[in-house]
Every structure is written in C-alpha cells, then in structure tokens.
Design a protein around this ligand. Structure first.
Ligand code: MLT
Length: 328
C-alpha cells in the first residue's frame, strides 16, 4: 500500500521538480534499516549497536534491526556491509579492529576499509579489561604475568578471531609479556565470556562493556585495565601500565559506516540522529555506566570518523607488524 507520507513526498517532488534519487533521499528512511554487527549477539559491539540503534530508530521513525554476522574476526560481516546497496538501508556498526588492525593481519581482506565505506559517525570508545578465570592461581597482575610465563605451554587465551579487538588486546599483552600462548577464537566475546566464566580457558582482554557485570558478580577476576588512567567503574583495578607493563594502552572505538556511494544527504541525516542520540542524557548515562567514552559533537562527524580511522591504521598496522604477528 502506498503510504500518505510517500504520496506527500511524491507530490512535493513533482512541485519541486526532484529526481527519483532526490525523492528517495528526501523520503529517507522509508523502510527498515539493517545494521550489520560483525560479531555474535550479546557482545560489546552488539550491545553498543543496539543501545544506539534503538534511540536512532525512535528519532528516525523507522525500525532498525541488528544483523549479527560473526566469524573470521569480523571480516565476514564487514564484507557483507561493504557489498550492500549504497542506499542507506544497510549499514555496519563495527570497530577499529575490523577496519584498521585487520589490515596487518590478513594477506587479503575482502574489503578496503577506506575506499569501500562512507563513515557516518563515532559511536563510542571502550576501555578494555584483562580478565581471568576464577580458578587461576593468581591474585594480581604481577602473579598473573609470572604464572603465564611459567606455564606458557598450557595457558590459553580467548578472543573473537584474528583482528578482533580482543585479539589486539591479547596480542599486545602477550607480546609485551614476551609469551607465546595458544589462542582460542570465538565468533564474538559474548560466547568467549561464557566459556571464561565456565573456566574453559584462562584469560582474555575484552571491552569493559562486556565484562563489567561478570566482574561485579565475582564470576571472573579483573587484573588490569587497558587505559592510562583507572576506570571510574573499577576504581580498585590497576592499569596494566602501572601494574607491570609500562606503555600498554589499547582502547577500541566503534562507529557507524555505510557502503561507499551512499548519498551524502543520507549520511548527514544518520549523523544528525546519531549526534542527537549521543547527547541524550539517558543514553550518555547508560553508556557511562558501561565505561563507554561518549564522543562530543566535533568527534562524531563523518570527517572526524574518517580521520580517526586513518589515525588507527597509521598507529596499529605498524604496531601489530612490530609485534611479529604473521598475516593469515
Ligand atoms: C572483539 O573482540 O572484537 C569484540 O569484543 C567482538 C564482539 O563484539 O563480540
């Protein structure tokens, strides 16, 4: 059935002499928008995507659904979004692991992080936490580092695939501790966290948003945070930098991207609702409780996200190569 909104837009288009493409843009969004999250449901990328999408959907007056397409460190989902029609109805919500770190870790990526996407805006930056299974016989970071060194052959760490944020956090940690331990890949850190709580592997470096509840519930141990300063939500947990690995610092930004060629009017509309969403007091309070650093207006423009992506590629591609990881 043709909606009244569409008839009104079409009438306006005739009066104003708009082309079909201009009409589609003026009427956007006219149907459900899909946001591809390249990791499992219930994890950190998914959590942030859902909090932001729900509010953006209210503001746009259209449904936004999240499509979890996990696997291969997020590359399958990101490639799916890159190949979608550039009409504003398929977007990606992803992070710097899939778009920057992956460049150093795959011989051939199924997308070009810069050429295949239009940045929409930054969604938030997440600190990470080194978490260990409850039964690990250590009580702080120093004991952890000594234990891993002494048990290198049997210790295992979990991550969400090659190039995931949890892979970056773990590989920088292991490289700085000078240990080589077995990595256990998952489709996202939600299923990895379930296995850590069950004691199936020894440790993981994951975004705070995913692990805070299990730390507070006493189901896993928090041994250090990845930022230069301690987190307000975990004041008693030292930074990894202060606890024994000076210089260790990893933070993960997440953002919305559209396939290359998506009209600028649509990017600007999505950016405007994202910016309004981030400024909403209930949303920023919820994100702060999850230790997410909410970007200000100037940091969440499409141009600022393009610059953030470029800066991450410039920083992490050489750092990961220097850590000696061979591309797959
Ligand atoms: C990651 O490690 O990249 C993320 O935590 C994956 C996820 O969102 O599950």
């Amino acid at each position: 059935m043709i909606s009244r909104r569409l008839i009104a837009a079409a009438t306006a288009a005739v009066v104003l002499g708009l082309s079909g493409q201009a009409l589609a843009q003026a009427n956007y969004p006219a149907k459900t928008i899909t946001v591809v999250v390249p990791f499992a449901a219930g994890g950190p990328t998914d959590a942030l995507a859902r909090i932001l999408s729900a509010k953006m959907s209210e503001k746009l007056g259209q449904q936004i659904i999240v499509d979890n397409v996990g696997g291969a460190g997020g590359t399958i989902g990101v490639a799916k979004a890159a190949r979608a029609a550039p009409d504003g109805y398929t977007l990606a919500f992803t992070h710097m692991g899939t778009l920057a770190v992956n460049i150093a870790l795959y011989k051939s990526l199924p997308y070009d992080s810069v050429k295949d996407f239009e940045p929409i805006g930054l969604g938030g930056t997440n600190p990470m936490v080194l978490v260990a299974k409850k039964g690990l016989p250590v009580k702080d970071f120093k004991e952890f580092a000594a234990y891993v060194k002494a048990n290198e052959a049997k210790v295992q760490y979990g991550m969400a695939g090659i190039g995931a944020a949890s892979h970056l956090g773990g590989l920088m940690l292991n490289s700085m501790m000078k240990v080589n331990v077995l990595e256990i890949p998952y489709r996202g850190t939600a299923p990895a966290l379930n296995d850590l709580v069950a004691g199936q592997f020894d440790y993981m470096v994951d975004q705070a948003v995913n692990v805070l509840a299990q730390i507070k519930g006493g189901n896993i141990m928090a041994l250090g945070v990845s930022t230069k300063k301690r987190l307000d939500v975990l004041p008693d947990v030292p930074t990894i930098d202060e606890a024994g690995l000076p210089g260790y610092e990893v933070e993960i930004w997440n953002g919305f991207f559209a396939p290359k060629g998506t009209p600028k009017a649509i990017i600007d509309k999505l950016n405007a609702v994202l910016t309004e969403t981030l400024a909403d007091p209930a949303i920023s309070k919820r994100l702060a409780e999850l230790a997410v650093v909410v970007p200000g207006k100037a940091e969440s423009t499409p141009e600022a996200l393009a610059a953030t992506l470029k800066a991450s590629i410039d920083k992490w591609v050489p750092a990961v190569r220097a850590a000696g990881v061979k591309p797959e």
